[in-house]
Design a protein around this ligand. Structure first.
Ligand SMILES: C[S@@+](CC[C@H](N)C(=O)[O-])C[C@H]1O[C@@H](n2cnc3c(N)ncnc32)[C@H](O)[C@@H]1O
Length: 331
């Protein structure tokens, strides 16, 4: 990388900071469908005119607001996604990213200690508010991926899905949508299930999706039930270390029917763990946010699956980046 590129890279923190400040101050909601001058906006968000004007102009420069004759308005995308009453909101995702930005500021401490330095009360498993934005973010981000899985994996004839660490249940919903005879169980922490119930009711799937409150990683006697002909583990394995993931796969194997199909949806990194770059950064995200989480390669997860008794392990190329693996329990 050239010197100028390094300098540009170092300044790339600025745009996310501007968006986060605007989100936290309620700039997009203050505008809503209105066209307003900076004085009006400043008074609506309770901020100085100087600060508001500079922030608004930066948002215009970035393409997140429109400026016409000195007044400001939301873009169509901003109205839909950045306003809390928009029709395609990413508000939970923004709140969640705000939490992540806080953890990333403690990266040097995490490198030294080898783990997250977040206080317990800031974790999704302890704090209902953090859980709500984390699981809400998973719902906003995950649904399109759930649709891709539902479209590409033929589950004809399958009856019962176990969605391990299913969070808001968006993947289950998308799979059930194209497989009308299937039902699902979302197994997750009690605090997450409280958040998830609301999402599943909103999605209209309350009669086909049930919950199993379970600490899938830490309870040695965890009961995932039995009789599943399909299981999904989506975006869960990266939250833990190898040993706990091996044990989890064994528990899932035991819960599944012979010939059952396991789908692992993950952020799969290359064997050398040094590419692609976004996945190396995802591993950093796990360093600052978890005790043992990481990004894993196909070979690593394949080895865990084989040890747990799964066979027929294959990579499915249906996402832009490597993300989906299938495995079967022997018949
Ligand atoms: C990154 S989210 C993924 C949610 C969903 N599967 C998706 O792909 O959008 C990780 C999920 O794992 C759950 N989880 C983490 N640790 C857990 C544990 N010890 N027991 C049960 N669930 C856990 C979280 O509550 C959360 O729902």
């Amino acid at each position: 990388m050239e010197k100028q590129e390094i300098l540009n890279l170092m300044r790339s923190f600025q745009q996310p900071e501007v968006v986060m400040a605007a989100h936290k101050l309620g700039v997009f909601d203050a505008l809503g469908d209105r066209v307003l001058g900076s004085f009006d906006i400043a008074s609506r968000i309770g901020a100085s005119v100087r600060g508001t004007t500079i922030l608004l102009d930066a948002l215009v420069g970035m393409g997140l607001l429109i400026k016409e004759q000195g007044n400001y308005k939301n873009t169509a995308t901003g109205r839909a996604s950045l306003c809390s009453d928009g029709n395609d909101p990413i508000i939970n995702a923004l709140n969640h990213i705000g939490e992540l930005m806080e953890s990333w500021r403690k990266l040097p401490e995490s490198v030294i200690s080898g783990r997250s330095n977040k206080s317990e009360e800031k974790t999704f498993s302890k704090n209902p508010e953090v859980n709500s934005s984390f699981i809400g973010a998973m719902a906003e981000i995950g649904r399109p991926n759930g649709r891709i899985i539902a479209k590409n994996i033929n589950l004809a004839g399958c009856k019962m899905l176990l969605d391990v660490g299913g969070g808001p249940g968006s993947y289950s919903e998308e799979i059930l949508r194209v497989n009308p005879d299937m039902r699902a169980i979302v197994a997750d922490l009690p605090i997450t299930i409280e958040t998830a119930r609301h999402h599943i009711e909103q999605g209209g799937f309350a009669d086909r999706i049930d919950f199993k409150a379970a600490d899938i990683y830490n309870d040695p006697n965890v009961d995932l039930g039995i009789g599943y002909d399909v299981a999904l583990i989506s975006n869960v394995l990266h939250m833990e270390g190898a040993e706990k993931n091996r044990r989890l796969l064994q528990k899932v194997h035991a819960a599944m029917e012979p010939n059952g199909l396991l789908m692992i949806h993950e952020t799969i990194i290359d064997d050398d763990h040094a590419s692609p770059v976004d996945r190396t950064l995802f591993a950093v995200n796990m360093l600052v946010n978890t005790e043992r989480g990481n990004c894993y390669s196909f070979s690593e997860m394949q080895a865990w699956l084989l040890e747990s008794g799964f066979v027929g392990i294959e990579f499915i190329d249906c996402f832009e980046q490597p993300s989906l693996m299938l495995a079967r329990k022997v018949g």
